[in-house]
Write a protein that binds this ligand. Sequence first.
Ligand code: GAL
Length: 372
Amino acid sequence: MKSDSAYATLNCFRPGEIWPDTNGVHINAHGGGILFHDSLYYWFGEHKIAGKSGNRAHVGVHVYSSNDLYNWTDRGIALAVSDDPSSPFARGCILERPKVVHHPRTNQFVMWFHLEPPGQEYAGALSGIAVADKITGPFRFLRAFRPNAGHWPENAPESSRSPLTDAELAHIRSLNLQGGPVPGYPEDLIYRRDYQGGQMARDQTLFVDPVTGASYHFYASEDNGTLHISRLRDRDWLETSGQYVREQPGRFHEAPAPFYGNGKYWMFSSDCTAWEPNAARLSVADAPLGPWRDLGNPCRGTALQIETTFESQSTFVLPVVGKPNAFIFMADRWRPENAIDGRYVWLPVQFDPDGTPFIEWLDEWDLDFFSK
Ligand code: GAL
């Protein structure tokens, strides 16, 4: 997808269009997130290849840098998949939604991502962790695991902190859970089943609380039926602290994208319809560990735009540096038949007079939008 002409500097966002990097090649950083560090933005995301097989990881996590958010320089592969076929992280694994944070005391860059070892489809539901001393990597893969093994959710009642009975286990097995809503979904069984081995973790993100500096892992758990929010171990963010909550049990969430604005914690997320777009939703809380309240669909526009989140699924909310209350909603328009052609939908987060966020479609816009 290299263009013939020399690269022309960009000065606006065109959601859903091909987005050339400074080499003229469509940016390859899907399900991504952005870290601002030393005056530059760094965009990390899934490197996809052409065709259906591009939905698996053949390369790794790609990183780009920019000083203006429009023009992105290819900084290469930050984390490469392993050539060792016995690694959980081997080429052909599923590696999704990588997010990177910078720990202020260890000075390390810490990446968490959703990992499915090759050959098991989405049954693993693991979190992978990698670290680097330099923001562009190379990141070193540390391990993959299910978070919070041996810890009960902070908001689980004492009466629901026991292993499953045989009958409960049989009930879960009879449901044939595939990551989407099913009749009779057991709202309080799956975390109990997974207490010992760790909780399922698929769609995920990291969030550093700008108020306290603590870092949190948001992940779709319990076969996507319940969102977990887990505080990372303060000293290095390389492990969970064991403190976590379950949110909106049975509501089925994916694509969590939290941010802090107007004195509240907000989160965009989606329903669970695989690569097909669905309706977004917004939740609000007074603290990262909740409780989170569902406020419904934050999208405004045509019926189709509202039902499909502008044909996209959230991945991250980017606070624009130096502009108060300026946030960009970042989402993916997936192209599962030709994964490399996935598009990016970036739209400004707008606020109602009462401070509640909403999103509207714009064919083209620039950062002056936030100065109006
Ligand atoms: C989406 C999810 C993606 C990917 C996909 C696979 O719902 O957000 O990250 O897992 O399903 O079907």
